[in-house]
Design a binder for this molecule. Structure first.
Ligand SMILES: *Cc1c(COP(=O)(O)O)cnc(C)c1O
Length: 237
């Protein structure tokens, strides 16, 4: 069996076990296979093994792969997105996980209206307050949400975070709990009555190869697994 198929089976088993520990149903969690830098042939193997959600972080790479792969794939934009590139992917991706500025949200809104689509988006939170990471600060999340939630052409569906790199996934549990609590506070409306239009907020995109099991235990609805499926990335080629 191909290594990729074997990896998917392993990840699948781990998700199921994490769901049991977290008292959750398997169908509450979407596995996104993060295929950045990987060749189309690798994505085909994953596709044939049943994967329909792929995550990419570069606009050009999405466009290249989009053309070469089946059209029932859900493409997730998970990387930093420049406003001048929104127009290229607005009718190709199913969700943009990495919205972290008003300018970007407004551009997505404008392009979505022009394309006649409604784009689901997530607000990226820099949950560990790391200088090296994109995303807005946790403390400004509610203000930012209220600024963008009623823009036409977009639907704010929830939050995304990239937890700090660690050898010990348990260290990230606190961050996943924090993001989950933000979601609970907002959706139960006990945080701020300025926010209307939040009924759709239901997504927590959190957890990667090193920590997705903990993220699932803590309530992730979308996990983004790259290395754990496709193996290490080679950035030298
Ligand atoms: C690359 C990437 C991932 C996947 O990382 P792995 O550690 O390889 O699973 C997940 N989320 C984002 C935003 C990424 O850029």
């Amino acid at each position: 069996m191909s290594k990729i198929v074997e990896n998917i089976e392993n990840v699948e088993r781990n998700i199921e076990n994490a769901c049991k520990r977290g008292k959750r149903e398997r169908n509450e969690v979407t596995l996104i296979a993060v295929s950045k830098t990987k060749p189309v042939d690798d994505l085909k193997v994953a596709y044939d093994a049943g994967i329909r959600d792929f995550g990419e972080n570069k606009v050009q790479e999405i466009l290249d792969k989009y053309d070469k792969l089946p059209k029932d794939i859900n493409w997730h934009m998970i990387g930093h997105l420049q406003t001048n590139k929104v127009k290229y992917i607005i009718d190709k991706v199913c969700m943009i996980h990495s919205v972290d500025s008003l300018k970007l949200a407004e551009e997505i809104s404008k392009r979505a209206l022009a394309a006649g689509v409604v784009m689901p988006i997530l607000i990226e939170i820099n949950i560990g307050d790391e200088e090296s990471k994109f995303g807005i600060t946790f403390d400004t999340a509610v203000d930012f949400l209220s600024e963008i939630v009623n823009l036409p052409g977009i639907k704010v569906k929830g939050f995304m975070c990239i937890a700090p790199y660690t050898e010990n996934a348990e260290e990230n549990r606190i961050y996943f709990k924090k993001l989950k609590q933000l979601y609970v506070d907002i959706t139960t409306k006990n945080i701020d009555n300025r926010i209307v239009g939040i009924d759709d907020i239901s997504i927590l995109s959190m957890g990667m190869t090193g920590d997705y099991e903990v993220a699932v235990e803590e309530g992730a609805t979308h996990i983004r697994v790259g290395t754990g499926i496709f193996g290490a990335r080679d950035y030298t080629v």
